[in-house]
Design a protein around this ligand. Structure first.
Ligand code: 3PG
Length: 394
């Protein structure tokens, strides 16, 4: 794919697909990571004299103008991040957008209204792609986190204009390539989270590509139960036992070591600071539930990490939002950060609540790369083609 290195944006109208789908609570932005990661691309384009027309989806208004899902407040947030005014335009296509684009001067930045106010966005309607393409001379996609969607503003429009990857897209793709595409070995993957059923493709793909696959979180209970261990009241998916055994067999055939917990932190109920016990996997009391992996397991993970050159991390090891069940996740994250800083470990994390877990552990800025993407990161780890990325390559 082409990057901004091969684009001279001076005097050009640049349609920039961003992902401004940021978390908002009571009308306030609660996490500005995506805005902060986007600003270098806007700044570079504007400083080089481009006329930057930013578009994005926000939430899921399903083709209707849902007022709470307007991108209007984001213009101010973007302006603050850039240190220059960002003009808001009430629609992403049509006469108003066209007039705004035509009136721009070199270095100007405008933000268009939510692309998902149009039903054509999610349908990848060529008419909407054409309406967007009409606004600009070139297209820059910086929305890796929306690249798993084949939508008009991610996939469709990329085929109608000369298309480039923005700096954030480029960074995400380079990090993912270093993680799985062409990684330094050995590669360790840590996969956690609640359910095996949501991570089947992920586990299948990783077991073909990595040397050690660590399985934690409640999904580990399903594997332990499938192996005949009694997991007490722990969250687990009884209907996934056969699948879990199959994953273990396939991994073995692929020479991938699967590391399951050897000890667990259990409690009688799931609440903050309840009394806990650490037990071996054969000793989970019938009336208790596992909520974190234990210290022996953390030590076993650390041993693998010391030998590793690359780490991919998706999903917490325990119920990290409820202390003390954050212990294993925090301890492991701290080892990862230390090995990244001192031993050259390439550590890449992302997807779902992984970013909040890494932030909670205070290590997000001491890893090699933490992705700003959720679903897109997961689909990439699953080995799927992301339409938004494919359109840049094609
Ligand atoms: C995300 O937040 O993962 C992306 O912005 C995609 O949002 P979506 O799941 O609503 O398509």
């Amino acid at each position: 794919f082409r990057t901004l290195d091969s684009l001279d944006p001076r005097g050009k109208r640049v349609l920039l697909r961003a992902d401004l789908n940021v978390p908002v609570k009571d009308g306030r932005i609660t996490d500005r990571t995506r805005i902060e990661r986007l600003t270098p691309t806007i700044r570079e384009l504007a400083e080089k004299g481009g006329r930057v027309i930013v578009c994005s989806h926000f939430d899921r208004p399903k083709g209707k103008r849902v007022p709470e899902m307007s991108l209007r407040p984001m213009a101010e947030a973007l302006g603050e991040a850039l240190g220059k005014p960002v003009t808001f335009v009430d629609d992403c296509v049509g006469p108003e957008a066209e007039a705004a684009a035509a009136a721009m001067r070199d270095g100007d930045v405008v933000l268009l209204e939510n692309t998902r106010y149009h039903a054509g966005e999610e349908k990848n309607d060529p008419a909407l792609s054409a309406g967007l393409a009409k606004l600009a001379d070139v297209f820059v996609n910086d929305a890796f986190s929306a690249a798993h969607r084949a939508h008009a503003s991610t996939e469709g429009v990329a085929k109608l204009l000369p298309a480039y990857a923005g700096r954030l897209m480029q960074a995400e793709l380079e990090a993912l390539d270093a993680a799985l595409g062409n990684p330094a070995r050995p590669v360790v993957a840590i996969v956690g989270g609640a359910k095996v059923s949501t991570k089947l493709d992920l586990l299948g793909n990783l077991s073909k590509k990595v040397d050690v696959l660590v399985i934690g979180g409640a999904m580990a209970n399903t594997f332990l139960a499938a192996q005949g261990h009694s997991v007490g009241k722990s969250l687990q998916e009884a209907e996934m036992h056969d699948t879990a055994r199959k994953i273990l067999e396939e991994a073995k055939a692929n020479n991938c070591e699967i590391l399951l917990p050897t000890d667990l932190v259990v409690a009688a109920s799931f609440a903050p600071h309840v009394p806990t016990r650490t037990v071996g996997i054969d000793k989970v009391p019938a009336d208790m539930m596992a909520l974190d992996v234990g210290p022996d397991t953390v030590a076993a993970i650390e041993t693998r990490l010391r030998k590793a050159s690359t780490l991919v991390w998706n999903g917490p090891l325990g119920a990290f939002e409820t202390p003390p069940f954050d212990t294993a996740t925090v301890a492991t994250a701290q080892s990862v950060a230390a090995l990244t800083q001192s031993a050259g470990l390439k550590s890449i994390g992302g997807g779902g609540d992984t970013v909040s877990a890494l932030k909670h552990a205070g290590v997000a800025d001491r890893m090699t790369y933490v992705s700003a993407a959720g679903g897109a990161f997961l689909e990439w780890l699953e080995g799927k083609t992301l339409p938004g990325v494919a359109a840049l390559e094609g």
